[in-house]
Design a protein around this ligand. Structure first.
Ligand SMILES: [Zn+2]
Length: 141
């Protein structure tokens, strides 16, 4: 299936699909995001179809498609913060905010990220392995 562009508004594929390993439903991510996070992307077959991002820390799958093709944590250049519970995991990939940073300066870090998001100085589609804004990954205080 081909789409006219990668923008969400003209992609007709389902917004969510079920991870073939843990059986839960996860949102779509653009192929562009995969190409920026997989190791040696020229050696793997990132097909021109829709990909999805599994964010469960208990599941090794990071990216999958509806044909049950998967990429695991070890296939990525950096370990996705969404898959980790470590204090040093990254929350915001655009501005390098870790969970520990957020814990020590919750208002400063979150306000900074919100401000950057409002002024579109973030670059989540490329930098964040989930391909989306990190604000929902910030733990509830
Ligand atoms: Zn999974």
């Amino acid at each position: 299936m081909s789409t006219c562009c990668e923008s969400d508004s003209c992609n007709t594929a389902p917004r969510k699909a079920v991870c073939p390993v843990n059986g839960k439903s996860y949102p779509r991510v653009s192929r562009k995001t995969l190409l920026h996070h997989l190791k040696k992307p020229w050696q793997v077959n990132v097909t021109e179809q829709d990909w999805y991002f599994c964010d469960s820390p208990d599941c090794d799958v990071v990216y999958f498609n509806v044909n049950a093709q998967t990429f695991l944590r070890q296939d990525l250049r950096t370990d996705p913060g969404q898959k980790s519970t470590a204090a040093e995991r990254t929350l915001c990939y655009c501005f390098d905010v870790t969970a520990a940073d957020y814990q020590s300066q919750p208002d400063e870090t979150k306000t900074f990220v919100i401000d950057q998001t409002r002024s579109s100085t973030c670059d989540c589609e490329i930098r964040n392995p989930a391909g989306r804004c990190c604000l929902k990954d910030f733990p509830k205080q």
